[in-house]
Write a protein that binds this ligand. Structure first.
Ligand SMILES: Cc1ncc(C[n+]2csc(CCOP(=O)(O)OP(=O)(O)O)c2C)c(N)n1
Ligand SMILES: [Mg+2]
Length: 339
């Protein structure tokens, strides 16, 4: 891994002590949220479907640390980590997962439809590959308004096989739109291993088909993700056109909570957790380099736990939407609807 990585100066060394700590905080907040959501789903407190981002936190943390509040992201069905890292409110996210009225979609969208336009989070998406064209639209907005905003489109290895991938990369390339396409190659699309389902060994090689640059990084190394995203997002703001960044990672949990996981062995998962967990790896690095003390790291875990528990209490106590609200908000207000 680390293809063509030598091109990148080590911007991480310039990251402030607070910046280094914030990367860990973001990953810990996501992990704590996800771990609790899994428990709540299994306890039947959360309805619907839940796809967990556990093990992939280094990507959201490393990329988002380089974005401004008014930059945009599009997310996937596995989107809690992206939303949290971009600044969405944890209590409103939890309320949405519970189906409560104070959730981001008034409780009608659930896990796969969390959006918060006020922080540039344009939406998770139940449609695999559904975020590509939205991100291109956001990139077009920056281009037409002549701002230096950027759009980041997160998508999976499976999504890179969809037709929307081709349409979006081509259009972004011909108009040199400021879109970073961040592929989260977590080795599986549902039950299908990437080695079977994807025609190339490096998804970043697909960039060549659009005449744009493509890179592959170790997505479980938050420092590498941060460094490379730092350089690439800087290039986007300079108007040089879209870039494809593949981040290699591993989906530690099943495709969805409750997945029987017949397509892989427990040993494979155990090995990945032991050797490749992004939080473990970064914690080790911070301690070894004396950037943080273990007591400070303990505090981050405690703060995240408290924040998650406060969000759970909030979600538990909020009301469900009333049945007569079911058909509200289905169409934009300008739309005239003939029923
Ligand atoms: C258009 C479309 N096709 C199929 C599905 C069913 N589906 C949901 S997630 C998924 C696999 C996606 O794999 P990948 O893009 O690698 O994302 P990951 O789940 O690994 O994060 C599929 C096939 C869907 N939601 N939308
Ligand atoms: Mg995948």
């Amino acid at each position: 891994m680390g293809v063509r990585i030598k091109e990148f100066p080590n911007a991480f060394l310039d990251l402030s002590p607070q910046g280094k700590k914030d990367l860990l905080r973001t990953m810990i907040r996501i992990r704590s949220f996800e771990t609790r959501v899994e428990e709540l789903f299994l306890a039947k407190r959360i309805p619907g479907f839940v796809h967990l981002y556990i093990g992939e936190e280094g990507i959201a943390a490393g990329v988002m640390a380089n974005l401004r509040k008014n930059d945009w992201i599009t997310s996937t069905h596995r989107g809690h980590g992206h939303a949290l890292a971009k600044g969405a409110q944890m209590n409103r996210m939890m309320a949405e997962l519970y189906g409560k009225r104070s959730g981001y979609c008034k409780g009608k969208g659930g896990s796969m439809h969390i959006a918060d336009f006020s922080v540039g989070m344009l939406g998770a998406n139940g449609v695999v590959g559904g975020g590509f064209s939205i991100a291109v639209g956001a990139g077009m907005t920056a281009w037409m308004k002549k701002t230096d905003q950027v759009a980041v489109c997160f998508f999976g290895d499976g999504a890179s096989n969809r037709g929307t991938f081709h349409e979006a990369l081509n259009m972004a390339a011909i108009w040199k739109l400021p879109v970073l396409f961040v592929n989260e190659n977590n080795q599986y699309a549902s039950t299908t291993p990437v080695s079977y389902g994807v025609s190339v060994s490096r998804i970043s090689d697909r960039a060549a088909g659009y005449g744009i640059d493509g890179y592959t990084v170790d997505g479980n190394n938050v420092i590498e993700v941060y460094n490379v995203a730092h350089t690439l997002i800087g290039r986007l703001r300079g108007g040089k056109g879209p870039i494809l960044l593949e981040c290699r990672t591993y989906r530690v949990k099943g495709h969805y909570v409750g997945d029987p996981e017949k397509y892989r062995t427990k040993e494979e998962v155990k090995k990945q957790v032991e050797e490749n967990d992004p939080i473990r790896r970064y914690t080790k690095y911070l301690l070894e380099q004396s950037f943080m003390k273990s007591e400070e790291i303990d505090i981050l875990w405690k703060e995240a736990k408290d924040e998650v528990e406060a969000a759970v209490r909030y979600a538990e106590e909020e009301p469900y939407p009333a049945p007569e609200e079911a058909l509200q908000d289905l169409f934009s207000p300008e739309q005239e609807v003939l029923l």
